[in-house]
Design a protein around this ligand. Sequence first.
Ligand code: OGA
Ligand code: MN
Length: 282
Amino acid sequence: MEMTLDVRPLSPALGAEVVGADLSRPLSDDAFACIKRAHLDHCVLVFRDQHLTPAQHIAFSRRFGDLHIHMLEQYLMEDHPEILVLSNVRQGGRAIGFEDAGRYWHSDVTYEEVPPLGSLLYGVEVPPEGGDTLFANMYAAYEALDAATKRRVAGLRARHRYNIDRRRPRRGTIHVTDEQAAKIREVSHPVVRTHPESGRKALYVNPGFTVGIEGLAETDGAALLAELFDHIDDARFQYRHIWRQRDLVFWDNRCVMHHATDYDPVHTRHMLRTTVKGDRPV
Ligand code: OGA
Ligand code: MN
């Protein structure tokens, strides 16, 4: 039987729930087209109550493009390197996943030259409260800039870097090898990018990985970024996702930032992420 999908907006800023999809099964072309359209229109899609094996999670993700393999190979799922494990579960004294990932505003992997299209995060086990994920609409953030700031940022490029030291979480769970550290290079992307599919402009700087502005003195670049980050951090651009077990959330990394929030670590939070490769930002 053909699935009929219902797309229900979750907040005025961004986000929609897709009702009626069983992502464990191959999608018809129609269902896929509907999800693809909704993803472009709403930027974050929530699918509740999905029962997915890693292979099914990967298969659904693959409909949107080739998958990215994260550089932190110690947190990739055994036998499924396409899956990054975000988890506070420990086995034999060792964290099986990336424990404190993303507790700051960021867009995924902007420290690479060709950052991902989007990520699909699956909540296998979520705490009874806390551990929400905030999302922010970067089209809306761009559009809300005043005309003078739009002119000032037009044509600028920002420097991005995965700064392991600055981002070392409180519980110290990121262990990068010297070899991984050596692979970290600075890259640059336009401060305002044009989404390759919607054609809309989005702000593309984030407090997590953006470290400066090309061609500006360090202090001038830092001042401009501080101004933009202050502008971005505004509830009118946001949706707060309160996780339920077995939610799959798929965000568009090209026009959305996200931010993990704290939770009581006595509870388990075990999440699996696939990441779809994207285009070089322009
Ligand atoms: C991610 C991420 C946030 C969270 O998966 O990329 O930043 O709330 N996760 O787990
Ligand atoms: Mn992230």
